[in-house]
Write a protein that binds this ligand. Structure first.
Ligand SMILES: [Zn+2]
Length: 184
């Protein structure tokens, strides 16, 4: 009897944790019709973290203005995370979003868009990501890791060091430590 109770408690804890993890991800649909290639056969093994903001006048953190700017350059990302931690999805994970550009992974892969999920944090050149954004990023990457064998979680500046400096003003070492700490 005791054993059954013990197992039940463990089971409840696991299911509670799982429902907590998915409940905390409130994804807002902002799917776009540009800046990606359909590809339902791709193998995802990387997550690339970026920074972006609307640099074309108006609110620099307005998601619709950021998307409009992406449309001008025919680029995208799978997700954009707003200043309050809201997560917008622009492209289906199964498709190749154009977020990485000319870049390469540590294992030599150069077509990074084909095997990665791109996540943009809305930050400017002078502001850091907020704690809410950082938490949302941790939750989102953790969720992605449950669905794909993720080999690399990297900054855009790691895969295109000559061209790119994003994500800006982000304590990456501290972020990676928090991400590692989530691992069971
Ligand atoms: Zn970038």
């Amino acid at each position: 009897m005791k054993k059954i109770l013990f197992i039940t408690i463990i089971f409840l804890n696991i299911t509670n944790f799982k429902s907590f993890a998915s409940d905390s991800l409130n994804i807002i649909n902002k799917k776009v019709n540009f800046g990606f290639a359909t590809n339902s056969n791709r193998s995802i093994n990387s997550v690339i973290v970026h920074s972006t903001f609307n640099n074309s006048g108006g609110d620099k953190y307005d998601i619709d203005l950021v998307i409009k700017q992406f449309s001008t350059y025919v680029v995208s990302a799978h997700y954009v995370i707003g200043r309050d931690g809201e997560i917008y999805q622009l492209v289906d994970e199964k498709d190749n979003s154009y977020h990485a550009g000319k870049s390469s992974l540590p294992d030599g892969t150069t077509n990074v868009n084909s095997c990665s999920i791109g996540i943009e944090l809305m930050t400017s050149y002078t502001e850091s990501p907020t704690e809410e954004q950082t938490k949302a990023l941790l939750n989102l990457i953790n969720d992605i890791k449950t669905r794909y064998p993720i080999k690399y979680v990297l900054r855009h500046s790691d895969i295109a060091p000559v061209r790119k400096t994003d994500p800006w003003n982000f304590d990456w070492d501290s972020f990676k430590k928090r991400l590692e700490a989530i691992k069971k």
